[in-house]
Design a binder for this molecule. Structure first.
Ligand code: FDA
Ligand code: NAP
Length: 444
């Protein structure tokens, strides 16, 4: 099995395969992972100081699948000597920085199964003389060195390449125009003294966190928050709504009608999208209030507004902002524009290349997935193609989140093991009957 991408989802899969293999200390299924970054990095561009996780530490890489796992967040705290100190905080939501440290701690146990600086650019099905595809050839670009490529062969792949940053229509990247996903990385090289005004577009968690960070870290800059609603909408984190992320909800969602799926999406989108934690909204409001008290207006909310386009004028960025009240367009000149405008779901089609042609789609053109996250494929393809992510239309809202990865990766590991056992039995039968072995060589 080759895992494409080594973020939390495939890291969780590594733990599941390890636990499936028992005491072997490594996956019993031959598994390697390819990751395009030079090291494990979980949304590094948004590792802002003070930013908290949006889920409980109990929803770590393993606990919902195996509460006794040695790879849990609690095991990590124990290993680091911070279990008592953490417990004293009465806090279910670790900082993103601490969770990143936890991910690195788990990763250190699996480094030998991962090749970094390796971006999979296409996947080619290899046909045998009967037209069957039992092997996939992955074309890999070595991101560390220019133009270096190599191939890797796999029986199964698990694609987990994550969300794709989305810029608004009419606005492109540039030296003064960033997407939130790269914010901190670029902020660290910013000549802060030259930045007097910053606009942040969006009304989600990223936008609010960045607006606060800019306000706190560029004390001489004016900050404009461009948002479509009147004020940021609070994320629904209440217990009944939170059940939408329970492992049991995946079954409910998967086996429900399209109408029910639409209803769940409609009613519970506000658990995750275009919403902000209550605490952060209040924090930003307090900053604006303090401004008013001091008779300054450093933080301005341009609400009921959308960013329409941006152009460079005399070295600054001119943003066209349309009012949803009047329809009128105003222009705002800033030194930096940050588009916290969200992400598109994972869509592996481009990366899968020729293999994508063997993957079946529904009437809306979306990939068809079995309950075990295996892509439904043409019968000649006997390899497994699994997705971690990109399954919101089939498995529900937790698809792109951490909430269910422990259970999901366990389900994928079990499915891989089941198919391995079946294909091993088929291979034995082939050999016994004098047919072919798995590499397509005739057995005499
Ligand atoms: P993730 O995107 O983390 O990893 C994918 C990996 O694949 C990356 O390392 C990437 O480099 C690699 N890759 C991509 N293409 C490749 C290719 N062709 N070849 C090789 N490697 C490739 N959810 C939640 O439940 N709680 C939370 O607190 C948060 N917090 C959060 C903060 C921020 C800033 C964002 C943007 C998102 C969240 N999320 C979240 C949602 C987020 O999707 C989730 O936390 C995980 O990142 C999902 O893990 P994955 O491994 O699926 O994707
Ligand atoms: P998001 O929730 O999808 O929000 C994107 C925002 O951009 C929306 O409010 C959208 O408004 C707005 N937008 C898009 N185009 C616009 C335009 N032209 N003008 C004005 N507004 C525009 O994205 P996100 O905030 O990046 O969050 C994505 C995921 O990351 C979520 O799961 C979130 O929980 C997670 N996250 C977590 C943390 C953390 O753990 N601390 C931090 C950041 C993000 P409309 O909806 O009106 O189009």
């Amino acid at each position: 099995m080759v895992g494409i991408g080594f973020g939390p989802s495939n890291l969780s899969l590594a733990t599941a395969l390890d636990e499936l293999g028992g005491e072997s200390g490594g996956p019993a299924i031959d598994a390697v992972f390819l990751e395009k970054q030079p090291a494990l990095g979980w949304h590094r561009g948004m590792l802002l100081p003070g930013a908290k996780m949006q889920i409980s530490f109990l929803k770590d890489l393993v606990t919902f699948r195996n509460p006794a796992s040695p790879y849990s967040f609690v095991s990590y705290l124990h290993a680091k000597g911070r279990l008592a100190a953490y417990a004293n905080r009465n806090e279910f939501f670790p900082s993103r920085r601490e969770f990143h440290d936890y991910l690195e701690w788990v990763e250190a146990r699996f480094t030998k199964y991962v090749t970094y600086d390796s971006e999979v650019v296409s996947v080619q099905p290899l046909r045998d003389d009967r037209g069957h595809v039992d092997q996939l050839r992955l074309h890999v670009r070595e991101t560390g060195s220019a133009d270096a490529t190599r191939v890797v062969q796999a029986r199964n792949i698990v694609v987990s390449t994550g969300l794709v940053a989305r810029m608004p229509d009419g606005i492109g990247h540039g030296p003064g125009v960033w997407h939130s996903s790269e914010y901190l990385t670029r902020f660290q090289t910013l000549d802060a003294a030259r930045v007097r005004s910053v606009a942040v577009v969006g009304a989600g968690q990223s936008a609010a966190e960045i607006a606060r960070h800019v306000y706190d870290n560029l004390p001489d800059a004016d900050v404009y928050a461009i948002l479509s609603p009147l004020g940021y909408t609070v994320a629904d984190n209440t217990p009944l709504a939170n059940q939408v992320f329970d492992p049991a909800s995946v079954d409910d969602f998967y086996f429900s009608s399209d109408r029910a799926k639409d209803a769940v999406w409609h009613y519970h989108r506000n658990t995750n999208y275009s919403v902000v934690d209550d605490e952060l909204i209040r924090d930003l409001y307090e900053r604006q209030y303090a401004d008013e008290l001091g008779r300054s207006t450093r933080l301005t909310f341009l609400n009921l507004s959308r960013a329409q386009s941006a152009e460079t004028v005399h070295g600054r960025t001119r943003v066209a902002v349309q009012s949803l009240r009047s329809g009128e367009v105003d222009h705002l000149d800033v030194d930096l524009l940050v588009c916290a405008t969200g992400y598109d779901p994972m869509d592996p089609a481009a990366m899968l290349g020729e293999l994508a042609g063997l993957c079946l789609r529904d009437e809306q053109g979306r990939l068809r997935l079995d309950r075990d996250y295996r892509v439904a494929t043409s019968p000649e393809l006997r390899c497994g193609v699994y997705l971690q992510g990109g399954s919101e239309h089939t498995h529900g809202l937790s698809s792109s989140l951490l909430s269910n990865i422990a259970v999901r990766s366990g389900e994928i590991a079990n499915s891989l093991a089941r198919y391995c056992a079946t294909s091993a039995a088929e291979a034995d039968a082939d050999v016994a009957a004098g047919r072919t072995d798995l590499s397509g060589v005739k057995v005499v």
